[in-house]
Ligand binder design. Structure first.
Ligand code: SAH
Length: 218
């Protein structure tokens, strides 16, 4: 047993998670990999799910929401091509795990969550992790983006709109990139959309399954 295993019982689970689920499936961004090896994923799942926190699947976090499968978080984060300075908008804070990854890997993060209970829980945990002034959280409908803080270098959408979210793309800076699952529940594609001048270029990153993006506050 290494000293690290004694102080952090989940350290070896995280290392195996990254090796077997992330690296093995082709994710290579070293910053994403090293962050996922240290970020305490078990804190972002309900106590009764903690044992399962590093399994290769999404987990329920209450109120119908899920924490994404580790591979999905890695895929979306890698697709954002972060180098540490970017201003990032996240729609759908959920557990806050993806939010924390963004805080570790980008410059400044704005994250919106529509469900009040989920937002309050994520807020409490993320405050403990002390991202300070670099993280802005609010509850509300992320469909509208965060106009006061726009433009963003990157936008990550954690729930699936039926169509390409034009209002969010309008909040992308020149040269910016949005990563979102798009489509009806039966046929969602993970898209990376680059803003190039007045045009956009879309890359299809494959089929995915996310909760639908809600349109009205609940
Ligand atoms: N990446 C997150 C995924 C959370 S699930 C994680 O790994 O934890 C998606 C979240 O999006 C849910 O918490 C849901 O409440 C939220 N959501 C759905 N529609 C939304 C909207 N219009 N605006 C903001 N958040 C929304």
């Amino acid at each position: 047993m290494t000293p690290e295993t004694l102080t952090d019982p989940f350290a070896s689970k995280r290392r195996l998670m990254v090796r077997d689920q992330i690296v093995a499936r082709g994710i290579g961004d070293p910053r994403v990999l090293s962050t996922m090896r240290v970020l305490p994923r078990h804190l972002f799942v309900p106590l009764e799910e903690r044992e399962h926190a590093h399994e290769d699947r999404p987990l329920p976090i209450g109120d119908g929401a899920t924490i994404s499968q580790p591979l999905i978080a890695a895929t979306m984060t890698e697709a954002l091509r972060l180098d540490g300075v970017e201003r990032v908008l996240e729609v759908g804070t959920g557990s806050g795990y993806q939010t924390a990854l963004l805080c570790e890997l980008a410059g400044e993060v704005w994250s919106i969550e529509i469900d009040l209970d989920i937002a309050a829980r994520a807020q409490r945990l993320l405050r403990q992790l002390q991202y300070g002034e670099r993280l802005h959280l609010r509850s509300g409908n992320g469909d509208e983006g965060w106009p006061e803080a726009a433009p963003f270098d990157r936008i990550l959408v954690g729930a699936a709109p039926e169509r390409v979210p034009k209002k969010l793309i309008a909040q992308l800076a020149e040269g910016g990139r949005l990563v979102a699952p798009v489509g009806p529940p039966s046929n969602q594609r993970l898209l990376a959309i680059d803003r190039v001048g007045k045009k956009t270029e879309t890359t299809d990153l494959g089929g995915v399954r996310f909760v639908p993006l809600r349109r009205e506050p609940v």
